[in-house]
Write a protein that binds this ligand. Structure first.
Ligand code: FES
Length: 124
């Protein structure tokens, strides 16, 4: 039985994200060595606190927020692209998007190491 800070690797195929406690744990897919690249970041979006464990992993391996699609580099926790909208509005907000991205590049998500151990992905 996996403990609180782990998830079965079978539940985390490439491109997926799951909740593990306060963390959004995901799989960026295989790296150059052929091994899956797992990650763990704090779960609340720096924009309006959406649950990032409900997000997606894009083709660049960034974590995408489910609410307004802010994008995060999961290696550093930095917001690399700001939100498209706010509250219930979804659409272009150029100046606002840049301002939030700037804030999100400073107030980064927390990052924790996630590694495969046997049949589980463990947060270290
Ligand atoms: S809450 Fe994440 S982008 Fe808005």
């Amino acid at each position: 039985m996996p403990d609180r800070d782990s998830v079965p690797a079978a539940d985390l195929p490439p491109g997926t994200v799951r909740r593990v406690g306060d963390w959004a744990v995901g799989n960026r897919g295989p790296g150059p060595d052929g091994q899956d690249r797992h990650f763990a970041v704090s779960r609340r979006c720096r924009h309006q606190l959406a649950d990032l464990s409900q997000g997606t992993v894009d083709a660049d391996g960034c974590l995408v927020c489910p609410w307004h699609q802010s994008r995060y580099d999961v290696r550093t926790g930095e917001m690399v692209e700001g939100p498209r909208g706010f509250l219930g509005y979804h659409g272009p907000t150029p100046g606002y998007t840049q301002l939030v991205r700037l804030l999100g590049s400073v107030a980064r998500l927390r990052v924790r190491r996630a590694a495969r151990r046997g049949s589980d992905v463990i947060l270290e």
